[in-house]
Ligand binder design. Structure first.
Ligand code: ADP
Ligand code: GN1
Ligand code: MG
Length: 369
């Protein structure tokens, strides 16, 4: 995972190479502009505006997702399935030669219709929006329950296998390619001290105490489009990581990102707090939607999953900092370290508030019966 994405990050402002990519798709109207768009960390996203409509063009990250054919096959299968159930979803536009993506000398590109009159949030603006997003991810989970998992290719093996992520992390510390480890001893020790937490969910999946489901796996708040007028959820996007997984991955990752009082990359840690109120709001929405299928054991593990996914993501940021920022898009050299530090702060507060979180879930489970 090296050169292509690094250069893709550097290219964020260089529009020229993408103009020929647009030309490979049967766009409506005359192309008026193409500009960088959104805050995703993986693909390079552009808004393409024509005289007739708007599109999302993405240079796909083929380092992260090398099997592009099967990735796009997954997305087309899932979006067709969702559309068939009346769910608003992404629409993949084929190339002029009827391929789901275009291969150009500088990389692979896909085109989606821009889902109009929607907004995404980098932070929960209030309790209601976050609760509604929980309900939307819960409903999404319910839809996927009817999807045949054997149809799907695993686009990133071991994606939420936290012990596996921890191995990658320890390797990055050991190799210390950039000579950055000495400056982040405290952060490294934090992840070492939590080693016993990492296997809990994988073990529960392995021994069958919690069920394997089809999950989204990347449920941060900016991967859901909300209606610009009503602020109600419209479409769940970023479908690259739909794979077999645990419901706990989806719940935990949403909390990690959305139950914070600050941005994922806030430098001033005094602004970063874990909000039990936002946790409760999301849980009310999510559990309310999945109540018919959630098992007692899954419900018990919801508070732990928030901590686990925050630990996992933080160690991924720190590992990426140590190997030289080859995976997540970064805007400055310390960006991944800043992100890792917000995740550590959140975990520390989640640990202090574990009792409260458990009570919240117990009440919601009782009320939702
Ligand atoms: P990444 O994998 O890099 O996170 P995403 O697929 O999440 O990329 O897209 C990045 C951002 O672009 C999203 O957070 C959202 O704001 C916007 N976006 C993506 N697809 C669409 C779409 N079809 N319509 C409107 N906005 C979109
Ligand atoms: C990435 O693609 P994006 O920006 O929605 C990452 C997630 C991380 C997240 C951290 C495929 O999500 O796993 O949780 O960054 N996606 C992939 O913000 O690795
Ligand atoms: Mg995204």
């Amino acid at each position: 995972m090296t050169s292509a994405h690094t250069s893709a990050t550097a290219e964020r402002t260089g529009i020229d190479p993408v103009l020929s990519a647009v030309g490979r798709f049967p766009i409506e109207g005359r192309l008026e502009s193409v500009s960088p768009y959104g805050s995703g960390h993986i693909n390079v996203t552009y808004l393409a505006v024509t005289s007739a409509k708007r599109y999302i063009l993405q240079k796909m990250n083929t380092d992260v997702f090398p099997d592009t054919d099967n990735l796009m096959r997954n997305i087309e299968l899932v979006t067709a399935f969702l559309r068939g159930r009346g769910v608003e979803t992404l629409h993949v536009i084929h190339t002029v030669d009827d391929k789901p993506y275009a291969v150009l000398p500088d990389g692979s590109y896909r085109l989606y219709d821009f889902i109009e009159n929607t907004v995404t949030y980098q932070m929960a603006p209030d309790r209601t929006v976050f609760s509604d997003s929980g309900a939307a991810f819960g409903r999404f989970q319910n839809h996927l329950a009817a999807f045949d998992a054997s149809e799907l290719t695993e686009t990133i093996p071991h994606f939420h296998d936290t012990p596996h992520r921890y191995q990658d992390f320890t390797r990055a510390v050991k190799e210390d390619r950039m000579g950055r480890a000495a400056g982040v001893r405290k952060e490294i020790d934090f992840y070492r001290a939590h080693e016993d937490d990492y296997p809990v969910v994988m073990k529960a999946l392995d021994d069958g105490t919690i069920p394997l489901r089809v999950t989204h796996n990347d449920t941060k708040l900016n991967n859901i489009l909300m209606d610009a007028v009503t602020h109600k959820p419209r479409a769940i996007i970023d479908l690259d990581t739909i794979m077999p997984g645990s419901m706990l991955f989806d719940f935990g990752d949403s909390i990690r990102f959305g139950a914070s009082t600050a941005l994922e990359d806030e430098k001033d840690l005094s602004k970063v707090h874990f909000s039990t109120d936002l946790f409760a709001a999301y849980a009310e929405g999510f559990v309310g939607a999945v109540r018919p299928t959630i098992t007692e054991r899954e419900a018990q593990l919801l508070p732990f999953s928030a901590r686990l996914l925050t630990l996992e993501c933080g160690m991924r940021f720190l590992a990426d900092y140590l190997v030289g920022d080859t995976y997540f898009a970064t805007a400055y050299p310390e960006h991944n370290l800043v992100r890792a530090r917000t995740q550590i702060k959140l975990v520390q507060e989640m640990e202090q508030k574990d009792g409260q979180m458990q009570n919240i879930i117990a009440c919601i489970m009782k009320d939702a019966k």
